[in-house]
Ligand binder design. Structure first.
Ligand SMILES: [Ca+2]
Ligand SMILES: [Ca+2]
Length: 179
């Protein structure tokens, strides 16, 4: 009985899994800027949307071959060749725009799952630009330094040199620049 209960619980947790935001690069040119998501192997891959709620909602293509320890999807805004094979730990998608979807003066980033619009992850920076903070999330008082991006390291947001497709590993805590 106990085993059955645990199996059911595990399946429920898996069903709720979805990618999370791990990096936001908003201070560069449209070609430089990107959003990075981290996919666990079991994360839903085929019904995920990204938006800043400024007339820019995009459905993300499914990421394939996510390895056991997960993979990063780098979302770039201009034109290029997608690489949706995450077997090497990262994948890349281009939204084919002329401009970044990230406002340099402040914005919100939402990861949405399914057609019912459930927000599965959220971050805002520089005070946002007026869109709602979803229930269960908080507005973060964070901003990136010049030439740097916001990165989630050990559950904390910090500003560091960009690491699209991988995670930032500071040699010491003194290399973290917090704003
Ligand atoms: Ca916004
Ligand atoms: Ca990164």
């Amino acid at each position: 009985m106990r085993l059955h209960y645990l199996a059911a619980l595990f399946m429920t947790l898996n069903a709720a899994a979805a990618p999370k935001i791990t990096e936001v690069h908003y201070r560069g040119s449209p070609e430089d800027d990107f959003i990075e998501l981290f996919y666990e192997k079991e994360d839903a891959a085929d019904d995920i949307f990204i938006t800043t709620q400024d007339n820019d909602t995009y459905k993300l293509p499914p990421v394939k071959n996510t390895p056991q320890d997960g993979a990063y999807l780098v979302i770039r805004f201009t034109e290029g060749d997608d690489d949706l094979d995450a077997s090497d730990g990262s994948a890349l998608v281009y939204l084919n725009r002329k401009t970044s979807i990230l406002s340099e003066s402040g914005d919100e980033v939402y990861v949405i799952e399914g057609d019912d619009g459930k927000v599965v992850d959220f971050v805002s920076y520089n005070g946002g630009n007026g869109d709602l903070v979803p229930e269960g999330f908080a507005a973060e008082e964070i901003k990136a330094g010049v030439g740097e991006s916001l990165q989630l390291v050990d559950e904390k947001w910090l500003s560091a040199p960009p690491t699209p497709g991988s995670n930032y590993k500071p040699a010491s805590i003194y290399q973290w620049s917090l704003y």
